[in-house]
Design a protein around this ligand. Structure first.
Ligand SMILES: [Fe+2]
Length: 237
C-alpha cells in the first residue's frame, strides 16, 4: 500500500510538473501562429483553475469536446491539401480562398488556443505600455472595458470579442462572428489580436445560462495580463 501510494504520488508530481511547465512555458507567438500542433495541445491549467468565474465542467466540455473537435476537423480539412504544413498566419491571410471547413475549424482551433493563454489564475497586471496605449485610444481603462464588454454583449449569436492592434499600430476593439478572427483576410475586423473573449453559448451556458453579460463581467477576473502584455509588445514592434 505504501509502495502504491509512493508510486501514485510520484506519478501525480510528474503530471503536475508537466502541467506547470506547460503553463509557465510562455512560448512565443510562433507556438500559436506557427504550423498546427502535431497533437492536440494541453490546456495550460487545470479545469477548475478559473473557478468560480469559469466553472470546471464548462472548461472540461469546452476544451475536451469543442476545442478538440475543431482541432481534429481542421487537421482533417488540410490533410493532403496545399495548406498542409502552412502556418496558421499564412492560412488565415488567404482564408477567403479556402473552404468553410478550414475557416470554421482553423478559426476554432486557433481562437481557443489563444483564449486559454490569455486567461489564468494569477495576479498579473497590465504593463505601463499597454495601459498607456489603452488610455490614449479609449480615454481610460473603464471606457475600454465598456467598449470591449459592449462588443462581447452585442455580438449576435456566436462569436468573439477582440482587442487587437491595427496595421498602423493602434489599439482597436471589435467582434467577429462564428470562429472568424482578425488575422483572416476576409474579416472586416483586421489586425493582430492581443485579447479575446469567446461569447459562444458553449463558453458560459452551464453556469450563466442566458446571462451573457454576467459571464463577460466575470472574464475580467481571470485575464492573464502577462500574456496580453507580451502579445501587445510583439504586435507593436
Ligand atoms: Fe468556444
Amino acid at each position: 500500500m505504501k509502495l502504491f501510494k509512493s508510486i501514485s504520488l510520484t506519478a501525480l508530481a510528474v503530471l503536475v510538473g508537466s502541467q506547470l511547465s506547460f503553463g509557465q512555458n510562455n512560448a512565443g507567438p510562433a507556438a500559436l501562429e506557427g504550423a498546427p500542433a502535431s497533437v492536440f495541445p494541453a490546456l495550460p491549467y487545470a479545469y477548475d483553475a478559473l473557478e468560480p468565474h469559469i466553472d470546471a465542467r464548462t472548461m472540461e466540455i469546452h476544451y475536451d469536446r469543442h476545442h478538440r473537435a475543431y482541432y481534429t476537423n481542421f487537421i482533417a480539412a488540410v490533410k493532403g491539401t496545399p495548406l498542409e504544413g502552412k502556418t496558421m498566419t499564412e492560412i488565415f491571410a488567404s482564408m477567403s480562398k479556402h473552404p468553410d471547413a478550414v475557416r470554421n475549424n482553423g478559426g476554432g482551433y486557433y481562437n481557443h488556443l489563444f483564449f486559454w493563454k490569455v486567461m489564468g489564475k494569477n495576479s498579473s497586471v497590465m504593463s505601463p505600455e499597454l495601459s498607456g496605449a489603452i488610455t490614449k485610444t479609449f480615454g481610460s481603462f473603464d471606457k475600454f472595458k465598456e467598449v470591449f464588454n459592449n462588443a462581447a454583449k452585442t455580438r449576435f449569436g456566436s462569436g468573439w470579442a477582440w482587442l487587437y492592434v491595427t496595421s498602423d499600430k493602434t489599439l482597436a476593439v471589435g467582434s467577429t462572428p462564428n470562429q472568424d478572427n482578425p488575422l483572416m483576410d476576409l474579416s472586416p475586423v483586421k489586425g493582430t489580436p492581443v485579447l479575446a473573449l469567446d461569447v459562444w453559448e458553449h463558453a458560459y451556458y452551464l453556469k450563466y445560462q442566458n446571462k451573457r453579460a454576467d459571464y463577460v463581467e466575470a472574464f475580467w477576473n481571470v485575464i492573464n495580463w502577462d500574456e496580453v502584455n507580451r502579445r501587445y509588445k510583439e504586435a507593436v514592434k
